[in-house]
Write a protein that binds this ligand. Structure first.
Ligand code: ZN
Length: 262
């Protein structure tokens, strides 16, 4: 295999060329839900990808995130505690903050979360503009494009923490359970969205307790564990202690995020 076609070189070149989408094409096969690919590509459209050269400049100037994985996690826990207590201070979402980060970004965590309107990560963790790098899709699964987005945040922006967050009464996971339980079918591309959640729904069938909630947790664990072995861009910083991937569940009723899988 020539250098021109070696997957790792191709992936690295793609990152440098500011195209995480190309990067994903060179990555190892993974969760493989074709249905969510279009959304991921759209989320990393031209304006977002144009950050690469700026990110390089910021990192060269020492502006990359300085938090350890543990400090980043503690910051999220603290933010959620303040959210729970209704004591969040005014968030930096004003003109001053916008101008501070207009030319570069240094988010301290990646959030893989559900598209559900009730679980916006910035609100649940009390974070403002430029703090979180977010990949959202119903059922918080990770497509190839989502994986490329996460790799971009780690390799290019130096993000030290990835959180995969499911939530109580998730409709996408409920759909997967209904497929397993009743053979339910869905129109359009909805079935493709549900497909990567099916292993969690199947394995949770024999668990004690609530099938749906157990499937929510199993789905989070599945995504975390697959991310951990998805390639060098993630595996190497984990081995070096520079990256941590954790699983969490958000409770719609009480507002608490439980970091239950590390
Ligand atoms: Zn959901």
């Amino acid at each position: 295999m020539s250098n021109e076609t070696h997957p790792s070189l191709a992936r690295r070149r793609a990152l440098r060329a500011m195209c995480a989408c190309t990067s994903a094409a060179a990555a190892a096969p993974w969760l493989g839900s074709a249905a969510v690919r279009g959304a991921a590509v759209g989320a990393l459209g031209a304006s977002g990808l144009a950050l690469s050269s700026q990110a390089h400049a910021a990192r060269a100037a020492g502006a990359s995130p300085s938090l350890t994985p543990q400090q980043a996690l503690a910051k999220l826990v603290e933010g959620n505690d303040l959210f729970l207590a209704d004591k969040l201070p005014p968030l930096p979402r004003n003109r001053k903050r916008r101008l501070e980060i207009a030319k570069t970004q240094t988010p301290f965590a990646v959030l893989v979360s559900c598209s559900d309107s009730r679980v916006p990560p910035e609100a649940l963790f009390g974070q403002g503009l430029g703090d979180l790098f977010i990949v959202r899709v119903a059922g918080n699964t990770v497509s190839q494009e989502g994986l490329g987005s996460i790799e971009y945040a780690i390799a290019e922006l130096g993000v030290p923490l990835v959180v995969v967050m499911g939530h109580e009464r998730c409709g996408a996971v409920a759909a997967a359970v209904s497929v397993v339980k009743d053979g339910t079918g869905f129109p359009g591309a909805i079935g493709n969205m549900v497909q990567p959640i099916l292993p969690a729904a199947i394995s949770a069938r024999s668990d004690k307790g609530d099938w749906l909630d157990n499937a929510v947790r199993r789905n989070v664990v599945n995504v975390v564990e697959k991310l951990k072995i998805s390639g060098k861009l993630i595996e190497d910083p984990i081995a070096a202690g520079k990256l941590m991937i954790v699983g969490a569940r958000y409770d719609l009723d009480d507002g608490k995020v439980d970091f239950f899988h590390r």
